[in-house]
Design a protein around this ligand. Sequence first.
Ligand code: KG4
Ligand code: ZN
Length: 339
Amino acid sequence: MSIYILGIESSCDDTSASVLEGTKMLSSIIANQEVHRLYGGVVPELASRAHQQNIIPVVEVALQQANITKKQLNAVAFTRGPGLLGSLLVGTSFAKAFAMGLGIPIIEVDHLKAHILSHFITDDSQKEHPEFPFLCLTVSGGHTQIVKVNSASDMEILGKTIDDAAGEAFDKAAKIMGLPYPGGPEIDKLAKAGNPRAFKFPEPKVGEMDYSFSGLKTSFLYFLRDRLKEDGNFIEKNKADLAASIQNTIISILLKKLKIAVDKTGIKQVAVAGGVSANSGLRNTMLENADKYGWKVFLPPLKFTTDNAAMIAVAGYFKYLEKDFASQDIAPYARGVFK
Ligand code: KG4
Ligand code: ZN
């Protein structure tokens, strides 16, 4: 018998709904919130308001595209955290009310675990999946972690950032350069025409599988401040080289620690997940490492890198099989828990 799961994602600035049949994606709808661009970052109050406006139409379209009725749904999976509390509340409240009306269970999903489990969504663009155990470098706007994935429910964090996330490093570097928000994709685009070795920035010294990106941001800021004193057009003249060099430094930091994790665990199946896994430089370097070190590398299709509800639904599907349901009095969490 088919299992239909509706996934709801509302942790940050994308309102998303998706229907899966087992792990097969039937629909995935994402409403982006353009309003934040005006402010150079996500404004929590505006995000939750936009989620409230978007959630019902987004779910309706997801059901229509999946070509099923809501009565066919077996469960509703939703992002419980981490993320912006006001935004999470919209998705959580909607999931509870919708599921209660239908008399079906709700399933809480951890956003970061869902990014990892996005590798198990099946559709035309993704037919191959990692086998357990595998390592996953999760790189998003809020988090950077190396995770040992023993099963869909058993995951161990081997290392993580002690300050900024990799996505934040991209976004902050872009902001310093005067590029629009979110800066990661802008840096990626510019870097394609630049020399990654044009400028050198220091790499941090932290715990062997941990990360730190706040020092890099500061040295980038001071470097540009000094150069701008000599030449007011320095950024404009060196845009591509600056983007390529900062991107190259971030990737180098990310992959050095990932290599340590592979060597320590002996696990050579290596995946990347999260918004920054869309970065073309990171993807290419992962493939180079596959050749160089004999890794089997898993790169998610671009549509599964940034926030989406299909990853929430697939994580929900694994929990559905375990009958791991949440109760109606569940509340979202902004940070912390990895469960
Ligand atoms: O996973 P995600 O969509 O949201 C969070 O859970 O945080 O990740 C968003 C982050 C942003 O920092 C964005 O700049 C970054 O992913 N990002 C990229 C690229 N596409 C998105 N960073 C570098 N290169 C990209 N192509
Ligand atoms: Zn995310």
